[in-house]
Design a protein around this ligand. Sequence first.
Ligand SMILES: Cc1cc2nc3c(=O)[nH]c(=O)nc-3n(C[C@H](O)[C@H](O)[C@H](O)COP(=O)(O)OP(=O)(O)OC[C@H]3O[C@@H](n4cnc5c(N)ncnc54)[C@H](O)[C@@H]3O)c2cc1C
Length: 463
Amino acid sequence: MSPNYDVVILGCGEAGIFAAYELTHLHPGLKVLALDQGQDIYHRSCPIVAGKVKECIHCPVCHTMCGFGGAGAFSDGKFNFTTQFGGWLTDFIEPKEVMDLIDYVDSINVAHGATTQCFSTATPEAKALERRALAYDLHLLQARCKHLGTENNLRILTNIYEGLRDKLEFRFNTEVTHIAQADGGYRLTTASGEEISCRYLIAAPGRSGAEWFSNQCKELGLELLNNQVDIGVRVELPASVFEHITDVVYESKLVYRTKQYGDQVRTFCMNPYGHVVAENVEGINTVNGHSYADPALRSENTNFALLVSNRFTKPFNEPYRYGKHVASLSNMLAGGVLVQRFGDLVGGRRTNEHRMSKSFVRPTLTAAVPGDLSLTLPKRQLDNIIEMIYQLDKIAPGTANYDTLLYGAEVKFYSARLQLSAELETALPGFFAAGDGAGVTRGLAQAGASGVQAARAVVRRMG
Ligand SMILES: Cc1cc2nc3c(=O)[nH]c(=O)nc-3n(C[C@H](O)[C@H](O)[C@H](O)COP(=O)(O)OP(=O)(O)OC[C@H]3O[C@@H](n4cnc5c(N)ncnc54)[C@H](O)[C@@H]3O)c2cc1C
């Protein structure tokens, strides 16, 4: 029996979208289906953001993470031109080639309305900042960065969707439950029991589909490597504390090795004048942040994550489950995201409603419940975070203020990493994997690049 489709793209996040774009542009005659368990770009609406509920009601499919645009749709779109962070594509592809792919993804974004303005790393101010940080053993990883802005990001995605929708078939609200090899290709089973076959499969299920995808890969006999899990908090403080840094390098990644444990802690996802948000990862509430490009939509605060990377060695092989357990403790105590003032944390006091009402820093995530992070985060991670906050205070005085807010838990899950070729093909011929779900990326730029790489390989095979 001939397959229904030449190519099926599983997941319409950044990786899936750019795979779809490349396939339809290089080979317009291909029969391509792109599937997602979430909604199209017009019908994604989180009930909290829509003001219908105050707390996460654990929708069966999370509108924030799933649907056209994937996890990045409501992000503020910090697009980093680097191979230093945001993924591990250079483990498979030459660095120069990865950079070319990132530039290519950017050019498509620009063609759909993205800004051409970049934050440069080559300015004397950026160099001076790097030197100053180094004096305190803080290592500033810099990358040319674009800030697309939450509102613009959605507009760009909408433009891309409109450009693609008559060039391939999209199916939303369609969860794939099973992947099997069949007749020289692959057969996907959906939650409604439908069977779809294809010659080539590009799987890009992102973080939201990571656990399920790992299990599918194991069933198919594919080898997976353990990836790390990053656990920490989201810090929120007055924007003026970090202004001298965020005005110079929008997305500053400061890395520090703690004296107490020798562990690496890093700042991540810096959101000047931004908003802290809750995120639902497979039923667990974690925390994240974003910021708007439009000054009218800004807050008075800056937020960023402080993350401790945890790599586990044999026999433990479930970092994903470990991260979920840690995050679920804050959910158990707070019913969702927990928030604590830094001064209360180091003073061994729980932050309660009364203490929070006295805080000079007003939380932008009002649904967060005041509590005690020391009851939820493992001691090692918490000690590392406290040491990092004091270190950051040396280059950004005010970071260790009493009223600096810490939201928990922020957990960054990275999917188990698949063994892939330079074309991002698994050990099974014609089965390609891209993006965060394959454990090879963790950011928009490299996720998009991986989708393009897989699509080009498919087109080469199709002749
Ligand atoms: C709040 C937030 C802010 C972020 N901000 C930034 C930022 O500023 N800069 C940056 O570089 N990165 C950012 N990121 C990370 C970035 O969004 C991801 O790296 C990127 O989206 C990964 O793309 P992807 O295509 O691999 O996966 P995703 O975007 O997660 O897309 C995967 C898609 O697959 C679908 N799917 C999964 N399983 C199935 C299944 N079984 N059946 C059908 N469909 C399925 C999901 O519904 C989803 O739509 C942010 C992430 C979040 C959550």
